[in-house]
Structures are given as structure tokens and as C-alpha cells.
Design a protein around this ligand. Structure first.
Ligand code: FMN
Length: 346
């Protein structure tokens, strides 16, 4: 197969429920910290619109936080509550839709400042309610769905991970008990948005504080972990890894997204070093940039249906026209990711 043929796998339409995408590319959520006082301004809207204009199938916004005292500890991270921030988001949405794109906000809570073991049940119920309020606002504004950030060691993942969750109540205990909080969040969001509004859940084995961490060691454990989440109303699992080509478990070539799709029957998004020759942890730990890499290893997996959608992070941060260039075979024009890419919101 020539490259031009292989690349067609990325440009097949996709739909689930009311979400119809013109192709399989997804912009991965990337925190930019360029929303002063939590309000995304016209520059943020233009940044996302530019990716929509250049053919990204689905934009997942940077993490945007719910209304809770602990939800954010970083200046410039956008809020998903309050009149001004929501007006900013309505403008982002409008710009992306006018450019023919689709967009979901990534709803985020960065995590307990002390630890999740200190929240009492009333506090947890309050946080669950705030997730649901954000979901309802996303629907009211006209977003194409939501993504819940359940990955990388932030709040939802702090409940998943045995190392951070030592609760003795129903939110802690074995792997299944540790999904209780996430399942309640998903269910509350589902109740708030109704059956047809897409809910994506992002999950990962790795944590920002421990790249080698694992929530599950076997496919059987993964199945147990996913079942309560799928039952609570997740439509699509966004399976975050640093390197998409790595088999998740011995004895099979399937990657994390491949396994999650196989075990749940739900569509999945893969992510991790697509189009780049170095993974994101080299950036987070050493500030490294990454050069351009071929998509040859990715495309057959997508064509074979191992996963449904492909999220692209740093390559799209650096190059708003990444999708158009891939489709048109303009590979020599691709812009590599450098730490300087983060300085502007282009
Ligand atoms: C600057 C930066 C900010 C990020 N912020 C988020 C975020 O807000 N939410 C999230 O789930 N992942 C975040 N990520 C992880 C990306 O979504 C993605 O999973 C990761 O970069 C791997 O994809 P890549 O190799 O294509 O860059 C961030 C990554 C980068 C580089």
C-alpha cells in the first residue's frame, strides 16, 4: 500500500449517536494557561478555530476546571463556570463551529490538595454535582459533547489509584470500589445531559508523578475496571499512553486503546507520540522538543479497527495545519514540536 492510500484510514468519517466527525483526527487536550482569571479570550478562540479550519475532526479543549476550591492551582487555566468564562467558551465554540469543526471541553479537577482520603462524603457529593453542572453547561452552550479528565493522576485518577486512594468507605478498597467516584461522576453527568450527548472519559495507566504507574496489570483487571464506567454511561474511552505502538499486555499486539475497545465494545481514541519521534514525558521532564516521525506504524492499526480515533497532541500544538498537511502529503512542510511552540497561542 502506498502512503497516500494508507493515510485514507485517517480520513474516514466517524459517528456515534449525535456526534458525526468528518475524519478520525482528534486534537488532544493541552493546557496552555493563557486564560487570565480563568476566562478564555479571543486569542484562545482563534487558536482552536485555526485547527478546525485546517481539518481537525474533533477538538478536545485544554482541561477546564469545575467550580470547587481545590479544582485548580495554576494561573491561566480556564474555568468552566461563571458567566465570564462561559461567555468566553461560547465564543470559542462559535468560532470552531463556524469553521466547520467539532469541539468538546475537557472537564477537569486537578485533585485534592491534601489527598482524596480527606474528603468527606458531603464534599464528594458536592464535587460530583459540580462535574454534572459543567456537563449541563456544555450542553446548554451547544458543545458537541464533553470529555471527563480521568487520567494522569488528577482527581478522578487519584480515586482510581491504590497509592493515592486509601479510603475505607465505599470510594476505596479494591479496583472496582475505586471506580465508584468516577462512575458517580459519569452517571451524574449522564443524568444532566440525557442519553444522546456524547461523554468521553480519558483514562491512563501513567501518572504525572509516576510514568511507570499502572492501574491494572492484566486484561482481566482492565475489564473489571472498565465495566462500571461503561455502565455509568461513557460513550467513548480516550486511552492515554505516551507511545501508541506499545502493546499493553504480553501476548498481544493490541495497545491500550485496542484493549479497551475489545473489552467494552465502545469506540476508543488512541494517543501518544503520533507524528513525533519523542514522547511527551521527555518534554515534561527534560523540556525536549521532538522531530517529525512517520505514521506508518499507526495507519494499519487504525485501518484494522484496533481503535477508532487518533488524538494528536504536541504535533498539533506546534502546527495548526498538521491535518491538512498529512491529508495532502505535504510532509516536508510539517513543523516539529519545540519548547518554544508553547510560548505563543498560534
Ligand atoms: C503542554 C501540554 C499540556 C497538556 N495538558 C493536558 C491536559 O490539560 N489534559 C490532558 O488530559 N492531557 C494533557 N496533556 C497530554 C496530551 O493530551 C497528550 O496526551 C500527550 O501530549 C501525548 O500526546 P502527544 O505525544 O501527541 O503530544 C498535555 C500535554 C502537553 C504537551
Amino acid at each position: 500500500m502506498t502512503n497516500a492510500q494508507a493515510v485514507q484510514a485517517l480520513f474516514q468519517p466517524f459517528s456515534i449517536g449525535k456526534l458525526s466527525l468528518s475524519n478520525r483526527t482528534v486534537m488532544a487536550p493541552m493546557t496552555r494557561q493563557k486564560s487570565p482569571n480563568g476566562v478564555p479570550g479571543p486569542d484562545v478562540a482563534a487558536y482552536y478555530r485555526r485547527r478546525a479550519e485546517h481539518g481537525v475532526g474533533l477538538i478536545v479543549t485544554e482541561g477546564t476546571v469545575i467550580n470547587h476550591a481545590d479544582s485548580s492551582n495554576q494561573e491561566g487555566v480556564p474555568f468552566f463556570y461563571g458567566e465570564e468564562a462561559l461567555r468566553g467558551w461560547a465564543n470559542v465554540l462559535n468560532e470552531v463551529h463556524r469553521a466547520g469543526g467539532k469541539i468538546v471541553p475537557q472537564i477537569w479537577h486537578m485533585g485534592a490538595r491534601g489527598n482524596v482520603n480527606e474528603y468527606d462524603e458531603e464534599e464528594i457529593a458536592n464535587i460530583v454535582r459540580e462535574f454534572a453542572k459543567a456537563a449541563a453547561e456544555a450542553k446548554r452552550l451547544g458543545f458537541d459533547g464533553i470529555e471527563l479528565h480521568g487520567a494522569h493522576g488528577y482527581l478522578i485518577d487519584q480515586f482510581f489509584w491504590a497509592k493515592t486512594n486509601q479510603r475505607k468507605d465505599r470510594y476505596g478498597g479494591d479496583l472496582i470500589a475505586r471506580t465508584t467516584f468516577a462512575a458517580e461522576v459519569v452517571q451524574a453527568c449522564r443524568d444532566a445531559v440525557g442519553p444522546d450527548f456524547p461523554i468521553i472519559l480519558r483514562i491512563s495507566q501513567w501518572k504525572g508523578i509516576d510514568y511507570s504507574a499502572r492501574l491494572v496489570e492484566t486484561a482481566e483487571e482492565l475489564k473489571q475496571f472498565l465495566e462500571p464506567l461503561a455502565n455509568a454511561g461513557v460513550d467513548i474511552f480516550h486511552c492515554s499512553t505516551r507511545r501508541f505502538w506499545e502493546p499493553e499486555f504480553d501476548g498481544s499486539e493490541l495497545n491500550f486503546a485496542g484493549w479497551v475497545k475489545k473489552l467494552t465494545g465502545k469506540p476508543t481514541i488512541t494517543v501518544g507520540s503520533v507524528g513525533l519521534d519523542g514522547d511527551v514525558s521527555t518534554f515534561f521532564t527534560k523540556g525536549n522538543g521532538s522531530g517529525i516521525a512517520s505514521l506508518d506504524g499507526l495507519l494499519p492499526k487504525l485501518a484494522n479497527g484496533e481503535f477508532d480515533l487518533v488524538a494528536v497532541g504536541r504535533a498539533l500544538l506546534a502546527d495548526p495545519a498538521w491535518v491538512d498537511k498529512i491529508r495532502e502529503g505535504r510532509l516536508e512542510e510539517l513543523i516539529p514540536f519545540t519548547p518554544q511552540s508553547l510560548q505563543t497561542l498560534y
